[in-house]
Each structure stands twice: as structure tokens, then as C-alpha cells.
Ligand binder design. Sequence first.
Ligand SMILES: [Zn+2]
Length: 460
Amino acid sequence: MTDRTLIRGGIVVTVDKSLGELNGADVLIEDDRIAAVGHNLSAEGATVIEAAGDIVIPGFIDTHRHTWETSIRTCAPDYTLGAYFAAILDQFAPKYRPEDVYAANQWGALESINAGITTLVDWSHIMNTPDHADAAIKGLQDTSIRSVFAYGFPNTSIQTWWFGPDYAGSVERIDGPDARRIRSQYLADDAGLITMGLATRGPNFCKPDVVRYEWELAKELGINITVHVAMDRFGYTKGQVRALKEMDLLYPNTTYIHSSHLLEDEWQMVADSGGNVSFAPQIELQMGHGWAPALEATKHGVPIGLSSDVATTAPSDQFTQMRAIFASERARRNGIAWDTDTDSTELITCRQVLEWATLGGAIVAGLGDRTGSITPGKKADIVIIDGSAVNVAPVIDPVAAVVCAADVSNVKTVFVDGRIRKQDGRLKAHLATPRKLVEASRDYLVGQVEHQEGWLTTAR
Ligand SMILES: [Zn+2]
């Protein structure tokens, strides 16, 4: 029997260009799919959710998060990217046990659903053993969030895994046999709730033969690559995208994270090869990666998704990312106008920002065909924002209300894959046990690192 739910009378922002924004409209969900969008839909036998005055949007997509770091949330508020490498990846990551990865992934996924994020790209560079990989996937499975599990490399020592001997590039590879095991054991179904990607380091961090091995592994497994490029000084002088082109490794649907300092010809290379970008604007601004150059991406027709990156240093919700890029990209453009004594004619808009947080993110995650907009036939990943909240009402422009006024506390109701996961402000999950696990993990990890290295006071 078909399970039917009608979201009735809301301000529906579909983020689907052919459907637009509909006032006082209904969304009909049948099982895991959006069945119809429009006015006065008849829905006999459906469970009705009244949404008059509320704003109905597609679920947010976080296109890059190191979810395993949730157990050490906000341990590094003042860090630069360099300090982060030294403290988080060198000191903390090698101490992680499988249960720490499980606790962090479960808690991070619950946090995501609570914040209206219905799809999470888990950039999991904590594959220290096969048990770590199993634990990461179980953490996602146990929350039933839609996710892309981006299988990464072990983080057992930064000297080996990121920079290699004398910063000339790592000689260590992703564990190919274990990646193949994960693909066949858990993630063989590309239409499943959890799908697979490959989280790689790429040129500048790895020897060329390692880069080639990992790119070819992704091709063999039939999965997309996600890679950090052009951030801080790590990518600027070396031209990572140029290096990939020289190696003939510019694969379609590759996600280039940060891309703060991509060169003009590299933007064209990303565009020509069918790549996309994930900006983590709050982190990029705060830690020194650089700007989130959305105007360059849009100029080249490169799809944009937003991401939270690390919970060690900034909030993980998409309201934060939307406002960070909205302000910073306009500030950057206005700065250029001031410096050149010209007018700021090119400014991004709040509609573009909401699109990047939803449909753009879905495209970046490789899931644009099934989520990211309120389109009949797509999966029912839907969020209802409380339009009557004290910080949201009165609503004039629903998109502006979401981008410029709302926050996590206004995420009233959340559907993932047609299932209601948060209703009237209450997450439909028991939080006590997951919280105990993540707090125990925090105690263990902080204890390990403090006692051994004293980094909390010194690694700034
Ligand atoms: Zn990252």
C-alpha cells in the first residue's frame, strides 16, 4: 500500500526552474518520492501536515564534511590551516579508534538532519584500519541520512599521509583492496541511500604514481573523486589541476574542494572536463584557505555546492555556509570595485546562494537526478522552515527569509527519502545514547592528545 503525506498550503520554494516558487501550495509525497507539487492537490487517505505560512524547501546538501571530527567539535577555534594539519591530522587522527569514528559519524549525521541537511558527503580520511571503515559506514546507516561515503586514506601519521618525506609527496596509497571490499560489501547499489565516492589527496600531496593509482582505482570502482585543491599556499604555486591535466586525469564529476586560488586556465579545465566545486566559505575565510570565488565558478558554468568541512573550527549547518559566501563573495567583488574605482555590477544573489546549498550541492554530490529540488519524481528530501518564528516572520520574500533570517532553530520538519525524521522541531531519534558515545569519545581523544603532546595550549 502506498504511504501518502500531503504538506498543505506552504510557501513552496522548489528550486526547480520550471516550477518556481508557489504560495499556498501543496507537496504530495508517496512512499520515498515526490508525487506532485501544486495548488489544491487531492490526496485521499494522506497524512496531512499543515504548512500555511511556513516555507517548504528542498533538503540541504553538505558536499564535504570530515564527519569523524564531530567528536572533537570546536577544539580548534583559532587555528590556521597549517595548525590544523599539525594538531588535528597529526595528533588526533592517529589516536582514533573505530568506536570514535562510529560515535562521530552517528552524531554528525543526527546533527545534519536536525539542521535540515538531508544529504551528507562524508569525506572520510580516517581509514586507519578496515574496522574504521566499517564503523564510519555504520554510523551513517544507523541514522538513515542520505549520504555519499567518500572512502579516504589512513591518517596514521601526517608525515606519511599528507606530505611524505621532505614534503615531496606521499608514497602511501589508499588501501585499494579495502576500498573494493567496501564497494562490494556495503555500497554496490548506486541507487541506494548511501553511495560511494573516493576521497583523494592528489598532486602536491602525493607522488605522481600514487595519484595515478588512486584516480584509476576510482575509475575501476565506477565512483566519483573528491579532492582538495588550491587552498592556502598548498595549491597556489603548484597548479594541482594543471598537474592532473598533464597526467590526463581530469575525470568528469570530480569535485574540486575549496578552489580558492585556481588559476584562470584551471577554471576552464574544470569546466571543460565536467568537474564541479565545493566551497566551505566559513572555514576558508576563518582558517586562511582564501576566498570562495563563486563568481569565477558561475562565469565558467561550473556547478557549485557548499560544505562545512570541519566541526573543529566552525558550525556545520548550511545557514552558516550560505551567509558566509553571500557576504564574502559580495565583499570580494566590492573590494575589487573599490580598488579599481569601478562599480560593483557583478554581485551574487540570495537565490543563487540557496540554489548552491540545495540543487547545486546535489549535482556536486553526483545526486542531481534524485534530490536537491522539489520536483515530482525525485526523492522526498524536504525541509519545512517555521515562517512564524520570531526571527523569521514577517515573510516577504521566502528565499530571503531562509538565506538572510532563518537558522537551525527554525528547521521545523525534515523528510529524508520520504520518511519524517524531524517533526514540529523535534528530532525523531533518541539522542541520549549517541551523545554519551560521542562525549566518551571526546574524553578519550582529548585525554590521549593532552597527555602525550600538550598541543591544546601550544599548537596555535
Ligand atoms: Zn576538507
